[in-house]
Every structure is written in structure tokens, then in C-alpha cells.
Ligand binder design. Sequence first.
Ligand code: SOE
Length: 390
Amino acid sequence: MKRIKVGIIGSGMMGPIHAEALRRLGYVDVVALGEANEGLARAKADELHIPKAYGDFRALVADPEIEVVHNCTPNAMHFEVSKAIMAAGKHVISEKPLARTSKESGELVELAAKAGVVNAIHFNYRNYPLVQHMHQLVKKGEFGRLFLLHGSYLQDWLIKDTDYNWRVEVESGGESRAVGDIGSHWFDTVQFITGEKVVEVMADLNIVHKTRKKPKQSVQTYSGKLLTAEDYSDVPVATEDSATILFRTQSGASGSCVISQVSAGRKNRLYLEADYQNGALEWNQEEPNLLWIGRRDRANDSMIKDASLMEPESRAFSHYPGGHPEGYSEGPYNLFANVYGFISAGAKGSPTFSTFADGHDELLICDAIVQSSRTRSWTKVAYQPGAIES
Ligand code: SOE
């Protein structure tokens, strides 16, 4: 298999996760890391055993030996960096959200089509083995009509007013925080499983801490718990800590979800239930190897991940024997296996991985949620006319 040379831009929470997953593919070489300055780039590249270090993302993008670039920068840079990658004619894999606004994400979708490059967005949860299994079960029609979708995505790492991260700031993270950061995953995962788009929303966003204590030094995601009182200054907060959302899907199914970064004890609990005519599917990201299937006319099923029991098309997403847990780190690995397999096969046909179009759709849903909360009314998601069948 032809080896593919890759560059990663950004080494915060996600850059190292991408590097590790890429190495597991075996035929992809991570040859360069881009960071904000030369010193940081060299130090992080050494830590991650990456040969080349660039203190400017443009220099990495211009490196002729690099074919694919991973955009793992903070949200505010996603647009500019992805644009530069595609302008150089290189394939791009971006962290979510695709951009800070839907105007920017729409432009990226258009640019990707014009550049003819392979484009993917890292919505990791749809790449878990049992999520793929659920997607196949639904696709095959055994469950019949979708009646109801419900669930939540709860975290607690921003519960205190002393908890801080760049995601709290509109300029860095985007206008919506809890919904943009983790609600986007919830919607992507349920839309992937059900094959249905969310078309209308009614949302109530809430800011629990109107001011937060911002650390005088910058803090990486999840690492603020160790700071002390004298290291902070008070700043106003304009992004939501939680959201309660009602919605309708394209087939008319109704739904609700609660999204929160201030729910004590919940670390990263993406929980969903899809209630169908012939059964229900329930899954929780914190126990990703367990799938509950509810039945009306026979006993319920509780399935532990085991490739031999999974739908054939989803088996490649599981790598360990039955009962051997798989989860967060398989998400990027499975996505990259899919994307690099597609590139290696000449990038023909339609991809089965999440693309920039999916990233743009998430920003459109997010816009509708923010708008609905402001106007206190049901709001339609502004997809392109004709893009969604009802
Ligand atoms: C922080 O809320 C975060 O790391 C998100 O940015 C990720 O996308 C999510 O997977 C876990 O939580």
C-alpha cells in the first residue's frame, strides 16, 4: 500500500489523539506538526515523536511532501486553516466544529467541492462499534417507523465559576458553547443512527454563571481543576452552560434532549434512546460496549459488543474480541481508516464518513437553536431548499 505523508496543525487536546490513531493505520506517516510558534512546535513535535516542526501553519501547508492535513487548531482558527489547506490542493480532516459560524462552514463546503479534495470532519461518536451496529439495524428497516428520540449529553467540567477554558469565550469557541461543543455530537450521533435530519427546534439556553473567574494563564481543556484563587480575574460570560431542546425530525418524529456542562458527576455522558414502532435502542457513551434493545412483545435484549453478533457491515469498526472494551480511541482510528482507505482507493464515489457537509449541517442546527432560544419560538433549520426530504 502506498504510504501517505500527513501533517497535523495544533497539539492541544486533539492533535496527540489524531497522531496516535494515525500511527495505528500502519501506512500513514505523521511527518510534521504545526503550532503557534517555533519553540512550541519543536517541543510538542519532540514529545509526539514527529520529525518536522513548523511555527506557522502556512509553512506546514506549503510542505510539498504532505498530502493530507489534520486541522486540530482551536475553533476560532478552523475556517482559516481549512481554507489554506484546500487552497494548497490537499485533503483535509478537521476537528469539529467545522467553523465558528454557518456562513463560514457553508463557504468551506463550497471550497471543498471546487478544490475536489477529500474532506472529513471528526465526529468521533458515530465511529464507535455499537453506534455503527445501530445505524445498520435501523437502515435494514427491522425497527419500522421512528416515533421518538430523546436523551442528553452531560458533563461537569465547567460546573464552578472558577472553571475556565477558551470555549467559554464567543470569539474563541463560537456563539454557542454547550450546544456547539457537545450538543453537536449528540445531534450528529442520533442523525447518523436514524438516518433522519433534525428540521425544527424549540430551545431554552441557560447561562448558570454570568461571570466566570478567568485564569491569568491559558488553560487546556479539562485541566483547570488544579488552579488556585489568586490566579483568576472576573469576566462576563455570553455562552450557554446548558440547553433544553425540543425538536422534530424530517419524518415528523418528535424529540428532546438536555445538553449541559454543569451536571455534577456526569463526565462525558452522551446518552440516547430512539423509540421505534418495533423496538427501542438505548446507548450511553460512558458504557459504549453495551446496547439495550427494548421490545414490547418479548423480553428486552442487552447486548455486549461482540463483532460476531453485530451487523456484518459494522464489524470492521470493532477490533478486539467480544467483551473486550472499545471506545473513545477507536472513534478517530475508525474514521481515519475509512478516510485513508477512501483516499488510497482513488477517492471515487460517495464517502461513508462524516464530511464538511455534515459539519455545516451541525452549525445550521446550532444557529436554529440559538435563534429559537432568543425568540422563544419554534425555528426551522435553514438547510438549502430541497436538501431534506420530508
Ligand atoms: C469538551 O467539552 C470536549 O472535549 C469536546 O470538545 C469534545 O468534542 C467531546 O468529545 C468531549 O468534550
